[in-house]
Design a protein around this ligand. Structure first.
Ligand code: 3PG
Length: 403
C-alpha cells in the first residue's frame, strides 16, 4: 500500500481542493519577506492546471485565533502566486459560505481560486467540535490534495479531518512527496556514515528528535543553546547560559547511552562566551571542559568545535541538520553556524536541512542551491523525523502498490 499521489488522480474537468502551507513571513507593511513556501507548491499547482483541473487553494496564515484579522489575509499570497504563474488568481472573501460556493461553481479548468485564511474560523483548529466547517470545506472540490507539509503535523480540519470526505480521492502533492522522500525514506535507509547536527536553544523541543536520531545516525553533533543543558548535566559550570534544569536527567541519560549501540553524541569542545547577547558585546573563547565563567553566557560553538565537527562531516555520506549552532541572528555569533553551512555546501554527501532557522541561515549565506533538500517544515520536519509519519499524511487515501 502507498499513499495516493496527485499523479494518480483523473484531474481533467474536475475541481481540485488543495491544502498548501502559505504561512509565509510578512513585514510590518504586510509584504512577503520569503516566498519559499509559495514557490515550493508550484509543481503541484502547475500540474493541476496543466491537466485541465480547476484549482481551489486553502491555507492558514499566522495565528488569528478564530477571528478575522485583516493583516492575516491571504491576499498577498494570492497576488504573489499570480505573479509566479503569470495568470490571475482570484481571492475569495472567505473560505466557506454561499458566496464562496458560487465562485467555486463558476470556476473553469485552468483557473485558480485562493480561499481566505482558514484560521479565521474556529472549526479549522477544532474540527471535532465544529463538524459543519469541515463538511462545508469538503464540498468545494471533487478531489483533495494535501501539499502542506509545513502544517501536516497539525490534525486540523483542512490538513487531516477533511480527508475522510474524500474516500479514495485524498492524495499527496509533489512537495509533500519530496519531503517524505528526504525526511522519511532517505533517513530510514541512509547511506552511511549518517551524521546528524542538532542545534537550537531548547532540548525540551528537540529531545524526541535527538533520541530518535541516536538510534538512526552514527554520530549526532550537538550545538546551540541546548548544548549547555548537556554540559550542566555533566557538572560543568555554564555561567549565565540558557539551559533547562528539568531536562538535566534526560540529558544525562542520553550521554550515558551515547555510542552504546547507538549514535555517538558529540558536544562542543570550545565555546564562544559573551557578557551580553548583542552585537558588539565583549566575548572570548573558552574550553568547554573548563566551564563558562560567571557573568558570561555561551553564544556560539568555538573554532576547535567547528574543526572537529567538520572532521566528522567530511566522512559522512548522509547529513541531516536542524537548528542553528549559536545566536545566528547576531553576526558576531553566527560564525559557527555559517562555517558549518559552508562545510556542508562543499560536500558530495546527501545534505538534508530540517526547516526553520537553519534553512534561514543557509538562505542568508546564499548557499540554498548547494544542498540536496531544504525542508519547508519547521515543527513538521522534527515530528516527521521523530515519529516517521504525520496526521496530515496518515489521513490520506492508501492504495495498492500494483494496479
Ligand atoms: C509552520 O509555520 O510551522 C506551519 O505553517 C504551522 O504553523 P503553526 O505552528 O501556527 O501551526
Amino acid at each position: 500500500m502507498h499513499t495516493l499521489s496527485i499523479k494518480e488522480l483523473p484531474i481533467k474537468g474536475h475541481k481540485v481542493l488543495m491544502r498548501v502551507d502559505f504561512n509565509v513571513p510578512l513585514d510590518k507593511q504586510g509584504h512577503i519577506t520569503d516566498d519559499t513556501r509559495i514557490t515550493a507548491a508550484l509543481p503541484s499547482i502547475r500540474y493541476v492546471l496543466a491537466h485541465g483541473g480547476a484549482l481551489i487553494l486553502m491555507s492558514h496564515l499566522g495565528r488569528p485565533k478564530d477571528k478575522k484579522v485583516p493583516e492575516l489575509s491571504l491576499k498577498p499570497c494570492a497576488e504573489r502566486l499570480s505573479q509566479l504563474l503569470g495568470i490571475p488568481v482570484a481571492m475569495a472573501p472567505d473560505c466557506v459560505g454561499p458566496e464562496v460556493e458560487k465562485t467555486v461553481k463558476a470556476l473553469q479548468p485552468g483557473q485558480v481560486l485562493m480561499l481566505e485564511n482558514l484560521r479565521f474560523h474556529r472549526g479549522e483548529e477544532h474540527p471535532e467540535e465544529e463538524e459543519a466547517f469541515v463538511s462545508a470545506l469538503s464540498k468545494l472540490g471533487d478531489f483533495y490534495v494535501n501539499d502542506a507539509f509545513g502544517a501536516a503535523h497539525r490534525a486540523h480540519a483542512s490538513t487531516a479531518t477533511i480527508a475522510k470526505f474524500f474516500p479514495g480521492k485524498a492524495a499527496v502533492g509533489f512537495l509533500m512527496e519530496k519531503e517524505m522522500t528526504f525526511l522519511g525514506e532517505a533517513l530510514k535507509h541512509p547511506k552511511r556514515p549518517f551524521c546528524a547536527i542538532i542545534g537550537g536553544s531548547k532540548l525540551s523541543t528537540k529531545y524526541g528528535v535527538v533520541e530518535a536520531l541516536m538510534k538512526k545516525a552514527n554520530v549526532v553533533l550537538v550545538g546551540g543553546g541546548m548544548a549547555y543543558t548537556f554540559l550542566k548535566a555533566q557538572g560543568i559550570p555554564i555561567g549565565n547560559s540558557i539551559h533547562e534544569d528539568e531536562f538535566l536527567e534526560k540529558a544525562r541519560q542520553l550521554l550515558q547511552e551515547s555510542g552504546k549501540g547507538r549514535g555517538r553524541l558529540v558536544l562542543p569542545k570550545d565555546i564562544v562566551v559573551a557578557k551580553e547577547v548583542k552585537e558588539g558585546a565583549d566575548f572570548k573563547i573558552i574550553e568547554s571542559a573548563k566551564g563558562i565563567p560567571q557573568g558570561y553566557e555561551g553564544v556560539d560553538i568555538g573554532p576547535q568545535t567547528t574543526a572537529s565537527f567538520a572532521g566528522e562531516l567530511f566522512d559522512a555520506k548522509t547529513i541531516l541538520w536542524n537548528g542553528p549552532l549559536g545566536v545566528f541572528e547576531i553576526p558576531a555569533f553566527a560564525r559557527g553556524t555559517n562555517a558549518i553551512a559552508h562545510v556542508l555546501a562543499e560536500l558530495k554527501a546527501v545534505t538534508i536541512v530540517g526547516g526553520g532557522d537553519s534553512v534561514a541561515a543557509i538562505q542568508a549565506a546564499g548557499l540554498a542551491d548547494k544542498f540536496t533538500h531544504l525542508s519547508t517544515g519547521g515543527g513538521a520536519s522534527l515530528e516527521y523525523i521523530e515519529f516517521g509519519s504525520l496526521p496530515g499524511i496518515e489521513a490520506l487515501s492508501k492504495v495498492e502498490a500494483v494496479r
